[in-house]
Design a protein around this ligand. Structure first.
Ligand code: GDP
Length: 299
């Protein structure tokens, strides 16, 4: 069994490649939950839903959010009624979120996600990192902002001073799943808001140190492929580069995969990580995804 640590954009792209060449029933995917919150009356676990839709071939892989070819009738009606609808949730996607919200009246988030993934015909295990609610706050030059306000309302424009999330306990089986895995893959996700919240759960870093861990850099050159990872890394004093990512993961990482564009950083990164591989990590086509998946799975 292989475990993957995931956020909601970079790692799901890799999962699209992995599931083409590896038996999905042997995958356990531990997904970030610190960005989860209630919007317009429904519980939104965006990264979990993205992984659900990726594994059931429904993902809108232009936005990496929601279901492809979804409609937005409820979103329009809610806006007409004066509901802010900070998130533009599609109708089919909202059905998933309504069901999850209902299930969570009697079940933990982990149980609710397990029911949903089974209904969707997904054989991989999808494990929310925690069943407890966490809150991310981004401190900026215009004040403290809730994560989605920073991301959507302010379009990630304010200068970031720090990023904090409340500490939560891990969901059942997270540490055991890592301990039992033949390898752990850390996809190219935001190190600060997607991966470190998982690594910082009690017992996880120790379990990673005892496992064979392979990571892919989400930073190519001096910028992330998408999203605010660069701003967050910079605010927390990390160099915005694959070297900066390596320095965050160095205590538990065995193999680090960086982009061919960063060949000139390889020697410096080798001072931190045992094995460094350069290849194309910019996943634009299904072949890019499958090629990267092959390299990761061979490690
Ligand atoms: P979020 O939950 O939506 O923030 O998504 P993730 O944390 O999973 O992914 C965001 C990170 O994925 C960003 O730092 C991107 O740089 C990275 N990313 C997205 N697409 C790619 C890609 O094709 N290649 C690489 N190397 N990184 C990517």
């Amino acid at each position: 069994m292989i475990t993957i640590l995931s956020g909601g954009t970079g790692t799901p792209k890799l999962i699209q490649g992995i599931k083409e060449i590896y038996d999905p029933s042997n995958l356990s995917i531990i997904v970030n939950t610190v960005e989860n919150d209630y919007f317009s009356g429904v519980y939104v676990a965006a990264d979990i839903d993205t992984v659900l839709y990726t594994l059931s071939d429904k993902i809108n892989d232009e936005t990496w959010y929601g279901i492809k070819e979804d409609t937005f009738i409820t979103n329009e009606k809610l806006k007409d009624l004066g509901c802010p609808e900070l998130l533009k949730i599609g109708d089919q996607d909202r059905a998933t979120k309504i069901q999850k919200t209902e299930l969570m009246k009697n079940h933990s988030l982990s149980e609710a996600v397990d029911i949903q993934r089974t209904k969707m015909g997904i054989t991989s295990k999808i494990l929310p990192m925690s069943d407890e609610h966490s809150k991310i706050t981004v401190s900026t030059d215009i004040g403290k902002l809730e994560f989605h306000d920073f991301l959507i309302k302010h379009q990630t424009k304010p200068e970031v001073l720090s990023v904090d999330y409340t500490k939560v306990n891990s969901a059942p089986n997270i540490v055991e799943t890592i301990e039992k895995s033949e390898k752990v893959i850390i996809g190219p996700s935001n190190p600060i808001t997607s991966i470190l919240p998982i690594v910082n759960l009690e017992g996880v870093e120790k379990a990673l140190k005892n496992s064979h861990v392979i990571a892919i850099s989400p930073i190519i050159g001096d910028a992330p492929v998408s999203g605010p990872a660069g701003k967050f890394m910079d605010a927390l004093g990390h160099e915005v580069s694959s070297f900066g990512v390596a320095s965050i993961y160095k205590s538990f990482l065995d193999t680090f995969i960086i982009d061919i564009e960063d060949e000139n950083k390889k020697t410096k990164i080798e001072t931190l990580i045992n094995k460094v591989i350069t290849t194309n990590t910019n996943m634009k086509t299904i072949n890019d995804k499958k090629n990267l998946a092959k390299i990761v799975l061979n490690e």
